[in-house]
Design a protein around this ligand. Structure first.
Ligand code: DGY
Length: 324
C-alpha cells in the first residue's frame, strides 16, 4: 500500500468490522448519517478527492452522472453482486475501474429465497398478522390453508451461483426442480434440475417460480401478463433478484384474480417506496431488499470491496473486477 492511505467514500454505513478497517487502513470522511444519493456522492468525491467510491443499488451511476465523476476517482466498488445501477461500459470508457461482490452473498440470497418460498406457500404474512392481533379464536380445519412445499415443482429462472444454491436447498425439501438459463449447465452444476431451453415451455410445469437473473437496464420485464398466464392456476412467484424483472400490474392482476396463490418478494420496481397496491395485499410475504442482509455476508461484501480498493491502490489487479 502506498504511504498515503487510499481515499475512499461510501454511500452507506457498513458493518462494524468493515468500518473499523476503513478507519485504520483508509482515509475516509465520517460515516454518513443516512444513505447518500448520487448527487451527494459526486459532491463528496470531489471534496474528498476520493480514489474510490463504494456504492450500492440506491446510488446509481449512469449517463450524466458518470460524466460528472471527478477525475480523481479510479474505482467504483459496488457492494453488491448486481450491476444494474451502474453504466459499466461508460465507467470503463472513462478509465474508471469497476468491481462487485460475487460469491460471498450466494448462500445468503438462496436462504432468503427459501424463506420467501416457505412463507408465501404457508401464508406466513397472514398468520403473523393474526397472531399480532391476538389470535383469539379457533381456526376451522379448512381455514387459511397454505400450499404444501414438499413434493412441488420449483422452476428457477437463471441458474447462476444463486440459482444453483436454491436448487440444492430445494432438493432438501423434496421438490422437483426445473430450470431455464441462457445455456444448459454442465451436468455437475445442474443440482439434479431439469433444463428447459424455452422458458414458456417450463412455466406450465411450475408450482413455484423463482427468479435469479440480473436485470438489464431498459429491458422490458420478463414476467408479463402472458408469462403469468402460462403458470398453472394456484402457483407462487418468488423474486429476490430485481424488481424490474416483474410487471407489477400484471402481478397484481394475477394475485387478485386468484391465478397466483401468492407471492414472496424481496425486490420491487420502485425501491424504497414500492407500489402501495402491492403493500396493501395482506397475503404477499414481503421483505425490504435484504437478500444479503446478515452480519456475516454484509461484512464479507464490505471487506471484499475494501480488498479491491487496496489492490488497485497498490497497483495490483482487482480481486473481483467487472469487465464490460
Ligand atoms: C446484490 O448484491 O445485488 C443485492 O441485491 C444488493 O443490491
Amino acid at each position: 500500500m502506498p504511504s498515503e492511505k487510499p481515499r475512499l467514500i461510501r454511500s452507506v454505513r457498513l458493518p462494524a468490522a468493515v468500518e473499523k478497517r476503513i478507519e485504520t487502513d483508509f482515509t475516509a470522511p465520517p460515516v454518513p448519517d443516512a444513505p447518500l444519493d448520487t448527487a451527494a456522492m459526486l459532491a463528496l468525491a470531489e471534496k474528498q478527492q476520493a480514489f474510490a467510491m463504494l456504492v450500492t443499488h440506491h446510488c446509481p451511476l449512469k449517463g450524466a452522472d458518470v460524466a460528472a465523476i471527478p477525475d480523481c476517482v479510479k474505482l467504483v466498488a459496488t457492494v453488491s453482486v448486481g450491476l444494474d445501477h451502474l453504466d459499466v461500459p461508460a465507467l470503463l470508457a472513462r478509465g474508471i475501474q469497476v468491481c462487485n461482490t460475487p460469491d460471498v452473498l450466494t448462500d445468503c440470497n438462496a436462504d432468503l429465497t427459501m424463506m420467501l418460498i416457505l412463507a408465501a406457500c404457508r401464508r406466513a404474512a397472514e398468520y403473523y398478522t393474526l397472531m399480532k392481533n391476538g389470535w383469539g379464536r379457533t381456526l376451522e380445519m379448512d381455514e387459511m390453508l397454505g400450499m404444501r412445499v414438499s413434493g412441488k415443482t420449483l422452476g428457477i429462472v437463471g441458474m447462476g451461483r444463486i440459482g444453483q444454491a436454491v436448487a440444492r436447498r430445494a432438493r432438501g425439501f423434496d421438490m422437483k426442480v426445473l430450470y431455464h438459463n441462457r445455456r444448459r449447465l454442465d451436468p455437475a452444476q445442474e443440482e439434479g434440475a431439469t433444463y428447459f431451453e424455452n422458458l414458456e415451455e417450463m412455466l406450465p410445469h411450475c408450482n413455484i417460480l423463482t427468479l435469479h437473473m440480473p436485470a438489464t437496464p431498459g429491458a422490458p420485464p420478463l414476467m408479463t401478463a402472458k408469462m403469468f398466464g402460462l403458470l398453472p392456476r394456484g402457483s407462487v412467484l418468488v423474486n429476490a433478484a430485481r424488481g424490474a424483472l416483474v410487471d407489477e400490474t400484471a402481478l397484481l392482476d394475477a394475485l387478485r384474480s386468484g391465478h397466483l396463490f401468492n407471492a414472496g418478494l424481496d425486490v420491487y420496481q420502485n425501491e424504497p417506496n414500492p407500489n402501495p397496491s402491492i403493500l396493501a395485499l395482506p397475503k404477499i410475504f414481503m421483505t425490504p431488499h435484504t437478500g444479503s442482509a446478515t452480519v456475516e455476508t454484509r461484512t464479507a461484501m464490505g471487506m471484499l470491496s475494501l480488498d479491491n480498493v487496496a489492490a488497485l491502490a497498490a497497483n495490483k489487479p482487482l480481486v473481483t473486477p467487472v469487465t464490460a
